[in-house]
Design a protein around this ligand. Structure first.
Ligand code: PAF
Length: 286
């Protein structure tokens, strides 16, 4: 695997792969890679001949009180994992390479609708930062397909919408969340949890499963389910951010008639904010 830091080197390496007739897959990340990221790269390697990954901790998507400075940087370990998962080219630009004219006057991409509410409400500007950096990365790499985790369900909806609305010829693939044995969704932020918090954390996913079971059994009083789940979260030491049932295609608040649903949660334990979701279709068992 070749690691490059400049857009010029990135473009040269991708152009060579293209000239060899290769299909290009892209997996953008912020590093501190875990088995969830490895699954995205493995999927990319199954779907294309040449896999490009990026590691860039994007300041534009962090709020002023968020964890930009303490976000873990683990390049050597990340490179090993990427090689093992089948990555061919790693792009690790610094902030000056990504934003050579500064971030203040940087052209922004904003995706109305799906960016609003949920994480968009508690992290103002976050999805504009994500949509802007992903658009830039897509223009730099120009992949045939790009792979994202379904753990960031709203982010995936934002990216699907931006690709559609800006006519980008890129296929977007969402990959299922990889979980620890006790159900906790793998996340770079799990590393911030102490032993006690780590033990408590699986309550989030368990409560989503309980809610989905109740909805499948006919319950449509979503607010009642939310109250019960939040009591479980409180008892485990979580402070709520949001817990909502939405229609999974457009992220509108779910009605009693909707069949394709997603339950999304964000909650704090100590200073760490965890998110998770569970999408399901009432017409099928999946
Ligand atoms: O999901 C992430 O790691 C980031 O939001 C992304 C898509 C790499 C953009 O910085």
């Amino acid at each position: 695997m070749n690691t490059v830091k400049s857009v010029r080197e990135l473009r040269a390496a991708v152009a060579q792969a293209r000239a060899e007739g290769k299909q290009i897959a892209f997996v953008p990340t912020m590093g501190n890679l875990h088995a969830g990221h490895a699954a995205l790269v493995e999927k990319a390697a199954q779907r294309a001949d040449f896999v490009v990954a990026s590691i860039f901790v994007n300041p534009l998507q962090f709020g002023p009180s968020e964890d930009l400075d303490k976000y873990p940087r683990t390049l050597l370990a990340d490179q090993e994992k990427l090689v093992e998962a089948g990555c061919h080219l790693l792009f690790t630009p610094d902030v000056e390479e990504m934003y050579p004219h500064g971030m203040e006057g940087q052209t922004r991409v904003s995706v109305p609708g799906v960016s609003e509410g949920l994480c968009g409400a508690s992290r103002p500007g976050h999805f504009e930062g994500v949509a802007t950096v992903v658009s830039k990365l897509f223009n730099m790499v120009q992949p045939d397909l790009a792979i994202f985790g379904q753990k960031d369900f709203q982010q995936l909806a934002v990216i699907r919408t931006l690709v559609r609305d800006l006519n980008m010829p890129i296929q977007i693939i969402g990959e299922p969340t990889v979980r620890a044995e006790d159900g906790l969704a793998l996340s770079s932020r799990n590393g911030y949890l102490n032993a006690e918090q780590r033990e408590a954390a699986p309550v989030l996913y368990r409560s989503l499963q309980d809610m989905a079971t109740a909805i499948r059994a006919g319950e449509r009083n979503y607010s009642k389910l939310v109250v019960t789940a939040q009591q479980q979260h409180d008892a485990a030491g979580f402070r709520p951010d949001y817990l909502e049932v939405r229609e999974s295609n457009n992220l509108h608040p779910a009605t009693a008639d909707d069949q394709q649903l997603v339950i999304l949660v964000a909650a704090y334990i100590g200073n760490t904010r965890l998110i998770d979701n569970l999408a399901f279709d009432l017409n099928t068992s999946a």
